[in-house]
Each structure stands twice: as C-alpha cells, then as structure tokens.
Design a protein around this ligand. Structure first.
Ligand SMILES: C=C(O[C@@H]1C=C(C(=O)O)C=C[C@H]1O)C(=O)O
Length: 241
C-alpha cells in the first residue's frame, strides 16, 4: 500500500499526536509533514496530502471532506494560545490585523467581533499595517500576554457567547482512507494523549508559559457532540460574515 500522506500542525498543541504517531507502528505507513495551519489546509485542499490536521474553517473548501477522527485540537473555554491582542478595550477596536498562519482563528475573531461584540471592523492581512488589535495563534503567543494592554482568549470569549466548547482543528481526509488504517491511526493519537506526562519531560521549559497546564488542561482533544455542535454553529456564522 502507498504511504498515507499527512500534514499536521507544527505547534506544541499537536506534540501529543506526533508523539503517539512516532511511538506506534503506524509511522511506517505515513509520510508526515509538519506545517503551519494555513499550509495544512492548503495541502488538503489541493490534494498534496491525503489527510491533514486542518483549521476547521477550511473544511468547506476541501473536496470530499470527511472528519476521520474523534480527536481534535479544541478547548472548553480558555485555550491560552488563540488571542486577540489589543491596545484598546474590545469595544473600541476598529482595525484588526489577521494572522497569516491561521484560518480558524481569523474567522473566529471576525465572528466574535461582529456577532458578540457587535462591532464594525476593518480587517487587514498586511503584516506592516498599524492596527488597534491583532490575531495571534500558536506558540508565538506563549508568554506574550503581558506585552499588550488587552488579551482576549477567543476560546473563552466563544464560550461566553455561545456556552459551547470550540474546535480549532480536526483530522480531515479528502479521499476514502482504509478502515484498518483509521483504526490504527486513532489508536496512535490516543497513545500520544495518554502519554502526555512522558512527552512533557522532553519539551523545553518556558518560564513565561505553563506548557503542562496547556497540554493537560487548556487544550481539550476529544471531538465530543458539543464540539461538533459548536463546529456547525461556527461554520454557519462564517457564511454570514
Ligand atoms: C489552539 C490552536 O489551534 C489552532 C488554530 C488554527 C487556526 O486558527 O487556523 C489552526 C490549527 C490549530 O493549531 C493554536 O494554534 O493555538
């Protein structure tokens, strides 16, 4: 059988999944690349890979998209790595710079600012633009909260808005994948989650960021019914932007 080509997120949030893949037999059946989330999405959309841990906002753009795992990158409330960092309180934000790595959180920011904070915002993707606030995700946010006047954790704001958890990224295939592989793949992901304490011993210590709290508590990796409900609601809000 040809190897299954997989693109996964190159951030700390995915380390447990990678640990599981690398410490199970399945690694030999996989051709794995680690990419920023927007590239994971692009590779699944254009067929460069068969499966990706992709930003959920990209799912409607994937031909024949199927979520192939009950594991995801999610949170129940605050996630501590998906922020709107701002010079001004949310109610005063007029201009927002989006994060080129992101697909989900850029859209989540737009959904929250329009439907929750009820603001009319000008958005830019120009990295040199001066704006009231920015979207920033992933490891680049670690220890950065203190650098800004206001830090809005979007997992927390979404929970206040909807009462629901959130799913940022899911394992999505663009073609049928053999059932036997999927069973083994999901077992590998579970192995990684079950061994997060072991994984933590191998990760660098960051005095400004509690990576144990992040991997054990803030991130929530089960794609539950509530998260699926949140996903449908989020995708329907995106169509109304
Ligand atoms: C929790 C996170 O979830 C992510 C956010 C994504 C996005 O905004 O498109 C995509 C993948 C995940 O890495 C994070 O990156 O901090």
């Amino acid at each position: 059988m040809d190897k299954i080509k997989i693109s996964a997120v190159a951030y700390t949030n995915t380390k447990a999944f990678i640990y599981g893949i690398e410490n199970s037999g399945i690694q030999e059946q996989i051709d794995l690349s680690l990419d920023i989330p927007s590239d994971c999405a692009a590779k699944v959309i254009d067929g460069t890979v068969d499966v990706g841990l992709i930003p959920v906002a990209a799912i409607p753009h994937v031909p024949h998209a199927t979520i192939i795992s009950d594991y995801c990158i999610g949170s129940v409330g605050a996630v501590n790595s998906v922020f709107i960092f701002s010079k001004v309180p949310a109610s005063q934000i007029r201009t927002l710079k989006l994060d080129s790595h992101s697909r989900t959180s850029n859209n989540l920011a737009r959904v929250l600012l329009k439907f929750y904070f009820k603001l009319d915002i000008t958005y830019t993707t120009d990295p040199d633009a001066e704006t009231d606030a920015i979207v920033l995700i992933g490891d680049r946010t670690f220890g950065k909260k203190a650098d800004y006047n206001f830090a809005y954790d979007m997992g927390e704001e979404w929970m206040k808005f909807t009462g629901l958890p959130f799913v940022y990224a899911a394992w999505v295939a663009n073609k049928p994948i053999p059932e036997a592989f999927l069973t083994e793949f999901n077992a590998a992901l579970k192995l990684g989650l079950d061994n997060r304490k072991e994984l933590l011993k191998t990760l660098p210590h960051n005095p400004d960021f509690d990576v144990e709290d992040y991997l054990m508590n803030k991130l929530d990796f089960e794609l539950t019914e509530k998260k699926r409900e949140a996903l449908s609601l989020f995708l329907s809000y995106i169509t109304q932007l």
